[in-house]
Design a protein around this ligand. Structure first.
Ligand code: AKG
Ligand code: FE2
Length: 347
């Protein structure tokens, strides 16, 4: 079972009409969207130096409060990120007939997609094209995947440490193996300028179905995270050289509800093309993921049943934002936060 097999559970929206987004002068009805919620800007989602001796505590605070933070000193070389960005720009600017030759199909998840997966459950298409690469990541760069994977692993070590768990406690984190067995994938998202940005969305609000996503946004902002207190959206300003770390549903499960899996979305703007590069970090697709035993006791019963990534992606495709509820064990138990009045404090 490879990560590609796992993502196959996410359906393509086969009814969509592919349009060349770069030629859009008037927003088509198929892409019209109502943007809901106030926007708070700017706000202090932390930027954490991975070499800081307090990195673990800072991450614990950020993961409990936001479920998102940015990191610097991540060891992924700038020229590698620049190269992926350059190649991404090149691929997305190819003529439409060339891009269609690389369109994702039901049998091969790698390729170009328009209006795919998560959005198929929603009202209209996002104004976006995406290039998804599974274990053939090295199509873009030969040394890149391994550098990124070792950086993701270091990050995982810090986040697990922030939960009081070591890498040895979670065997699959350090498992060696081929890329395809690791649950690694890369997604490039291209958002063209939009004539009517207040009536369109780039990527609709969602939580990520991974353990975590590592995101690079070019110097154009557009990523917004829904505030944990439910009052509105925060725009994450691109920070030079930083990656945005977004915790996914599986990290929320592993932490037994302690760490947030933030709702986020990408908006578009009138003048600038925006590219985001997202490294999806999942577990090996057939390993069962459940609340870490170290975080479960009689006061903190397990909130979710163990599930493989593959199974979870299938549930997510069907139930979308209700996916976690379908695997919840919380029948009459206290709410995760009810006995945790220190959320927001470092402990
Ligand atoms: O483009 C962005 O900033 C958001 C992308 C995203 O959320 C995703 O690919 O899951
Ligand atoms: Fe996302």
């Amino acid at each position: 079972m490879s990560s590609s097999d796992a993502f196959r559970a996410h359906p393509l929206n086969l009814n969509h009409k592919v349009i060349d987004l770069s030629l859009v002068k008037i927003l088509p009805d198929s892409h019209a969207w109502t943007l809901e919620g106030d926007i708070f800007n700017p706000e202090s989602i932390p930027i954490i130096n991975m070499n800081d001796e307090n990195a673990m505590e800072l991450m614990r605070f950020a993961c409990k409060t936001w479920g998102v933070f940015q990191v610097v000193n991540h060891n992924v070389p700038k020229n590698l990120v620049d190269e992926v960005e350059l190649q991404g720009e090149r691929l997305f600017s190819l003529p439409m007939d060339r891009k269609l030759m690389a369109e994702r199909t039901l049998n091969d998840m790698s390729g170009m997609g328009w209006c795919v997966s998560l959005l198929s459950l929603q009202r209209a298409c996002g104004l976006r094209a995406s290039l998804f690469l599974d274990h053939r990541l090295n199509m873009l760069s030969s040394c890149g995947p391994m550098t990124t994977i070792s950086s993701a692993r270091r990050l995982m070590g810090l986040i697990l440490g922030s939960l009081g768990v070591t890498e040895d406690d979670v065997k699959w984190v350090g498992s060696e193996g081929e890329l395809e067995e690791r649950g690694a994938a890369l997604q490039l998202n291209s958002y063209p300028p939009c004539p009517d940005p207040d009536r369109a969305i780039g990527m609709a609000a969602h939580t990520d179905s991974t353990i975590l996503n590592i995101l690079h946004q070019s110097n154009t902002n557009g990523l917004q995270v829904f505030r944990g207190d439910g009052t509105g959206w925060i725009t994450l300003q691109p920070h030079p050289g930083a990656f945005v770390i977004l915790l996914g549903d599986l990290m929320h499960i592993l932490s037994n509800g302690l760490y947030l899996n933030p709702i986020h979305r990408a908006i578009v703007n009138q003048t600038r093309h925006r590219l985001s590069i997202v490294y999806l970090h999942g577990p090996p697709p057939s390993v069962k993921i459940g609340p870490l035993p170290q975080l479960v006791d009689s006061n903190h019963p397990p909130l979710y049943r163990p599930i493989t990534w593959n199974e979870y992606l299938g549930i997510k495709a069907q139930y979308f934002d209700k996916a976690l509820t379908t695997i919840s064990l919380r029948n009459g138990f206290m709410d995760a936060d009810d006995d945790d009045d220190d959320s927001g404090k470092i402990d």
